[in-house]
Design a protein around this ligand. Structure first.
Ligand code: ADP
Ligand code: MG
Length: 484
């Protein structure tokens, strides 16, 4: 496969492997790959110092042009594993869609787009466009008219554009199916087949999945050309995730969640329930105790969903309560704890839930509440985890008298105004630090969305910052701000 020159017209052709002398772990160093120095330097800047196992196993093959089926758990770095070959196949001077990434949900598509943009920084002017349902099609048409090199989207909306003739895939050279298992769960098999029909036959196809059910295998067999298969089913490092089971009566289950939170005081917890009703009930119980808990569920509209996720990610919400379906594929860093409020009937699902904590070398807690009726499920979990579970009595969960309820360290302020108003994170940071004099260490994540900007500020300055922003200016304009 010929590789386009990634260096831009005026620069000399980059030498692959123009990298520092091999270090002790050169096998997992990105420098062992045929990537241009600009790309390697950008990875270094992003803090990607060595490859994750799935990247190390797949990139030598995919950068050589092979089709690939890769299975690895959530959080293992699959996005970069397909984004780097996709970018290597790209000719930035050709203004046509050359890569398409299909994702199951808009959130995942947004996350993938962000990661591709970060990785594409090594090269000027690579345009990546997200095309998902739930966003107005009119704006997408305008963006498509401006041209894009890479499109990331959900199968339904991509098909929609293909049918309208507003998306042309004739120049495509890389097709990625991300979270293929999830797309099949959501009934996208036929949509995917139709999208593939619209792609040129000569292309590289990469399929990524957290699990590898039969449906994924037959999907792959239909579309792929002699694919290489990689499976990384490493179990989580047992010492990093501390799992504890507590036996509960059904009547005390929701109360027990509050006990766990106030005893262990994790800053960010993902609580899994088996049903939506249980999610709703748990949020009500926790909120009544003064704990900031939010529910992630399918009935939220996109804006509400974004708000929930922003608040959780910026540490102004202590507990995100979700069913497995709602939580699937979320990439949330810094999760101190996972709570299995109910035991899932599917032992593999339990392993996935628990794998959400203790990521990125952090330590994590996984707590599970089990009633007598759920002991059969616990038995199956023990079987696939290959070990007996560790049980602790609920009675040891003590909360000192008069202790404050668990509070998140940050508070989210919502500024009405976003990308449409050309607000950038630096504008908000400037308003808070330069204009209002707050120390930068008290300001957390800043998320700029289309119509809104969310800034996390330390709880101790929330009221002052809210007043200050409302009275002052952001990017030279008065703004309306409210606390979420
Ligand atoms: P997956 O798709 O497998 O769930 P992601 O691609 O979302 O995982 O990656 C999880 C996190 O790890 C992201 O925040 C990403 O930026 C980070 N990451 C990916 N590759 C590396 C790397 N080689 N070094 C450090 N961090 C990485
Ligand atoms: Mg992913």
């Amino acid at each position: 496969m010929t590789r386009p020159d990634l260096s831009g017209a005026a620069e000399p052709t980059p030498t692959p492997n123009a990298a520092p002398a091999p270090s002790a772990d050169s096998a997992s160093s990105f420098a062992s790959l045929p990537l241009p120095p600009t790309v390697l330097a950008n990875l270094q800047q992003l803090g990607y110092l060595s490859m994750t196992p799935i990247q190390a196993a797949s990139l030598p093959l995919t950068l050589a042009g092979r089709d690939l089926i890769a299975q690895a758990k959530t959080g293992s770095g699959k996005t970069a594993a397909f984004s780097l070959p996709l970018l290597a196949n790209l000719n930035p001077r050709r203004f046509a869609v050359q890569a398409l990434v299909l994702c199951p949900t808009r959130e995942l598509a947004d996350q993938v787009t962000q990661e591709i943009r970060r990785l594409a920084r090594a090269e000027d002017n690579i345009k990546t466009l997200t095309l998902c349902g739930g966003a107005p099609i009119r704006n997408q048409l305008a963006s498509l008219e401006h041209g894009a090199h890479i499109v990331v989207g959900t199968p339904g909306r991509i098909l929609d554009h293909l049918a309208r003739g507003t998306l042309d895939l004739q120049a495509l050279n890389t097709l990625v199916l991300d979270e293929a298992d999830r797309m099949l769960d959501m009934g996208f098999a036929e949509d995917i087949a139709q999208v593939v029909q619209a792609c040129p036959k000569a292309r590289q196809t990469l399929l990524f999945s957290a699990t590898y059910p039969d449906g994924v295998a037959s999907l792959a067999a239909r579309f792929m050309r002699d694919p290489k298969e990689i499976t990384l089913t490493e179990r989580h490092a047992a010492n990093k995730i501390r799992q504890r089971f507590y036996e509960v009566e059904d009547s005390e289950r929701l109360h027990a969640v509050g006990l766990l939170l106030n005893h262990f005081r994790p800053a960010s917890t993902l609580a899994f329930c088996n049903t939506k009703q249980q999610c709703r009930d748990l949020v009500a119980v926790l909120q009544a105790q003064g704990i900031v808990a939010l529910e992630l569920h399918g009935d939220l509209d996109q804006r509400e969903r974004d708000q929930v996720l922003v608040q959780f990610a910026n540490r102004s919400c202590s507990v995100l309560v979700a069913t497995d379906v709602a939580a699937r594929g979320l990439d949330i860093a810094q999760l101190e704890a996972v709570i299995n409020v109910d035991i899932t009937p599917d032992a593999e699902v339990h392993v996935h839930r628990v794998g959400r904590t203790g990521r990125a070398d952090g330590e994590g807690w996984a707590f599970s509440l089990a009633s007598m009726d759920e002991m059969g499920r616990v038995g199956r979990i023990e079987q696939i985890q290959g070990g007996a579970s560790v049980w602790h009595p609920l009675s040891e969960l003590t909360v000192p008298a008069g202790a404050e309820p668990l509070r998140p360290p940050m508070v989210t302020l919502q500024i009405l105004g976003g990308r449409k108003e050309k607000i950038r994170p630096g504008d908000v940071l400037g308003a808070l630090t330069k204009d209002l004099g707050f120390d930068g260490s008290l300001i957390g994540k800043i998320n700029v969305n289309e119509f809104s900007t969310y800034v996390a500020v330390d709880r101790s300055i929330a009221a002052q910052a809210l007043r200050g922003l409302n009275a002052g200016k952001v990017k030279g304009k008065s703004v309306k701000v409210r606390q979420l």
